[in-house]
Design a protein around this ligand. Structure first.
Ligand code: NAD
Ligand code: WQD
Length: 359
């Protein structure tokens, strides 16, 4: 890289954004964060500054608010954007869909308008394997390639697909200009090995790893395993779990890919970010118990509505084109997750009080 580039990281105080900032700074990029802290706290930014030994400009701004968004673009010479900001709870999105459509889509539209106005052409977007919906509709397409027909089954997934389409339309309108990398993440897990940053869900965790961690630290009684009657090797569903540090590195690979494109040669393309290896719930449970060093209580309950049997990535495109592949396994992710959980049993909350140093 010739000159130090500045990346605007939307949602940079959140789980995946914060881990990506560590990798960006290690790779010589400057970062500016914009986050409204609706699902995170300023404490993660404070810790990032400790971890990265540098000041990271932070804007406590909602992406849907045009004026403060414009100020960010005026005050900083932004070269590219990584766009994590969004609401992500699948269940909640079925209960309050308008909030999800408003936040995720309007926030993206405002961001793109500012990028257009200030001549920022490169964007890496956080999409999700959830856009494939129930990919078992296409048994020949498991593991799932990017060509698999999409078909989200919940409003959250619809917002991701809608944003993918907005990006494609914008690219088609000015193919020489826009450079868009759409990254479809599979199941991110784990935490930074320092134990300083990690996933900090509000309320009762929806996802497997954070829930198990809260059982292991005594905050919850037992894990509910949602069904053991699937047609898999042990009866529980299969997912492609990916260490969040590997995932973060995938963003650097995508950004470098966009950086390397010649002027006048735009792109809008999707890449799966997964390991290509599927694990069952019981396999992850076993790896986590091994990391903890004791058996975690669990009970098998009924299937969770909307769960599918198998979501495993075919990650070949990212390997060939982005020169990226996962390096860390589920056991390492469990070990790192457990370090984060034991060193921060209440996440970023200090003594049970939400820390917020943004004022
Ligand atoms: P997260 O909730 O930890 O981070 C998202 C951040 O965006 C939060 O800090 C939140 O405060 C912020 N935010 C939300 N709406 C905003 C708005 N309007 N303006 C400003 N900030 C806003 O979630 P994450 O797990 O880090 O996910 C990051 C992105 O990756 C999301 O877009 C999510 O949909 C996507 N994704 C996540 C997963 C996963 O399992 N974690 C999987 C696939 C895709
Ligand atoms: C994994 C497995 C559960 C919790 C979700 C979103 C998806 C993407 C990633 C954003 C499943 C089982 C879970 C528990 C359990 N996010 N499980 N007991 O559902 O694969 O994906 O996060 O884009 O869109 O849907 O992840 O961690 O919730 O579940 O048995 O308490 O663990 O049934 O098989 P999921 P998850």
């Amino acid at each position: 890289m010739t000159k130090q580039q500045t990346v605007l990281v939307t949602g940079g105080a959140g789980y995946i954004g914060s881990h990506t900032i560590v990798e960006l700074i290690e790779n010589g990029y400057n970062c500016v964060i914009v986050d409204n802290l609706c699902n995170s706290s300023y404490e993660s930014v404070a810790r990032l500054e400790v971890l990265c030994k540098t000041h990271i400009p932070f804007y406590h701004v909602d992406l849907c608010d045009r004026e403060p968004m414009e100020r960010i673009f005026k005050e900083n010479k932004i070269d590219s954007v990584i766009h994590f900001a969004g609401l992500k709870a699948v269940g909640e999105s079925t209960e309050i869909p308008l909030k999800y459509y408003h936040n995720n889509i309007l926030g993206t539209l405002v961001l793109l308008e500012m990028m257009q106005r200030y001549d920022v052409e490169k964007l890496v977007f956080s999409s999700s394997a959830t856009v494939y919906g129930d990919a078992t509709r296409f048994p020949d397409m498991i593991p799932i390639p990017e060509e698999c027909p999409v078909g989200p089954t919940n409003p959250y997934g619809q917002t991701k697909l809608a944003i993918e389409k907005i990006l494609a339309d914008l690219y088609n309108s000015e193919k020489e200009t826009w450079k868009f990398a759409i990254l479809r993440y599979f199941n991110p897990i784990g935490a930074h090995p320092s134990g300083l940053i990690g996933e900090d869900p509000l309320g009762i965790p929806n996802n497997l790893l954070p829930y198990m961690a809260q059982v292991a630290t005594g905050r919850r009684e037992k894990l509910n395993v949602f069904g053991n009657d699937y047609d898999t090797r042990d009866g529980t569903p299969i997912r492609d779990y990916i260490h969040v540090v590997d995932l973060a590195k995938g963003h650097i690979a995508a950004l470098k890919y966009l950086d390397a494109r010649q002027t006048g040669k735009g792109i809008c393309r999707e890449w799966n970010l997964g390991s290509g290896k599927g694990s069952t719930v019981f396999e992850v449970y076993r790896a986590f118990c091994d990391a903890v060093g004791e058996e975690i209580p669990y009970v098998v309950t009924g299937r969770r509505a909307g769960d599918v049997i198998n979501l495993t990535a075919k990650p070949d495109r990212a390997k060939q084109e982005l020169k990226w592949q996962t390096e860390l396994d589920v056991a390492t992710a469990c070990k790192d997750n457990w370090k984060w959980a034991t060193e921060n049993p209440f996440g970023y909350q200090l003594k049970g009080v939400k820390a917020d140093f943004s004022t």
